[in-house]
Design a protein around this ligand. Structure first.
Ligand code: ZN
Length: 179
């Protein structure tokens, strides 16, 4: 029997670069710099993706979507998240809630936290009050030109999917099918 619950943890960082859009949690924020590197540089969606994959002990985001592969250049990171959600479903789990902490000096996340929360909840298919978005400034860390995201997720065993057979067996024992 698979564990009833699983936790996952994800971490990511990207460097600020001028002349590109800043996307965090799938939301474009007003700022004069964006996050460079892999795909659209969405540090939060990458950390969520890795947390989901880690929860089912799967391959990480870098193995599934190598930054060296040109097809992922400027890619929408929601694509990576969708793949991770599909993989946890295939593994027989569903996402219960997620919590995140962003660490960046600029821009201030507070005014946008609610928009990010709602968007991430929609992308993940969970209620808005099951997504935590917190932000801190990197005091004493010397990472003022980077954005860092930490994410924890909780998964529960899905009632459908891989466990359907087991569930039917149990129901048949409790209440035999009527004829
Ligand atoms: Zn990343």
């Amino acid at each position: 029997m698979k564990p009833e619950m699983r936790i996952g943890y994800g971490w990511d960082s990207h460097e600020f670069k001028p002349g590109i859009l800043l996307k965090i949690g799938g939301v474009t924020l007003p700022h004069d710099k964006g996050l460079g590197g892999h795909s659209d540089g969405d540090v939060l969606l990458h950390a969520i993706t890795d947390a989901l994959l880690g929860a089912i002990a799967g391959a990480d985001i870098g193995s599934l979507f190598p930054p060296t592969d040109p097809q992922w250049k400027n890619a929408d990171s929601a694509l990576f998240l969708r793949e991770a959600l599909q993989r946890i479903r295939t593994a027989g789990y569903e996402l219960v809630n997620l919590d995140s902490t962003l660490i960046l000096s600029m821009p201030k996340i507070g005014p946008h936290a609610d928009t990010i929360r709602k968007h991430v909840a929609e992308l993940c298919g969970i209620p808005g009050d099951c997504v935590g978005i917190k932000a801190k400034t990197p005091e004493g860390m010397g990472t003022d030109n980077a954005a860092i995201a930490n994410v924890a997720v909780l998964l529960k065993r899905a009632e459908v999917g891989d466990d359907t057979e087991d569930l039917h067996d149990v129901l048949n024992v409790i209440e035999p099918p009527r004829v």
